[in-house]
Write a protein that binds this ligand. Structure first.
Ligand SMILES: [Fe+2]
Length: 179
């Protein structure tokens, strides 16, 4: 991965929030709880404004399903929020989610995300995985191809760190102000 990835300046596209967001998640960078045994993912990135200036203090909310394709609807496993540092950067320790069958048919593995600059509008989106991702014996290329909601421009850049762990990179571009 490049040390200083290029910022496109194009705002990260929005996506459907879905029904499984839960407010008041814990503030944390590691979303894993003892029941979580999936393929490890260390995700990093920067939140930029459209002029490609990093945004410190941006609020990031993540929620996703587990290695079985299940969301925690009573607790906060694989749910959490954090703020970007002075350099606009964030890091997230989690797992690669599994695909699941729901209201919109079979969903390719994805991480639900909200991003908000201080005082800015909330971007709601979903992050996806490359076709060659190896996890849970699933065919990510086929899952991505048949997902009607997928936006390929929201695909995480993934590096394998051995057979059971990945490093990922995704930079967001969001508006600083609602005007
Ligand atoms: Fe989902």
């Amino acid at each position: 991965m490049p040390v200083t990835p290029a910022c496109s300046g194009h705002e990260t596209p929005a996506a459907m929030e879905g029904p499984l967001f839960r407010p008041e998640s814990p503030e944390r960078t590691d979303l894993r709880t003892p029941s979580i045994t999936g393929v490890f993912l260390s995700l990093r990135g920067v939140v930029y404004d459209p002029a490609c200036k990093p945004i410190p203090g941006a609020l990031l909310e993540f929620w996703q399903c587990d290695q079985h394709g299940d969301y925690d609807v009573s607790g906060f496993s694989l749910r959490g929020h954090q703020r970007t540092g002075a350099d606009g950067g964030y890091r997230l320790e989690t797992i690669i989610p599994r695909d699941y069958y729901g209201r919109w048919g079979r969903r390719a593995p994805h991480i639900h995300t909200q991003v908000q600059a201080p005082g800015g509008p909330i971007l709601v989106t979903q992050l996806y995985f490359p076709d060659n991702t190896v996890a849970y014996g699933r065919d990510f290329a086929a899952l991505n191809a048949q997902d009607a909601l997928i936006n390929r421009s929201c695909t995480i850049l993934l590096n394998a760190n051995g057979s059971s762990a990945y490093g990922g990179r995704f930079d967001f571009v969001v508006k600083r102000s609602v005007r």
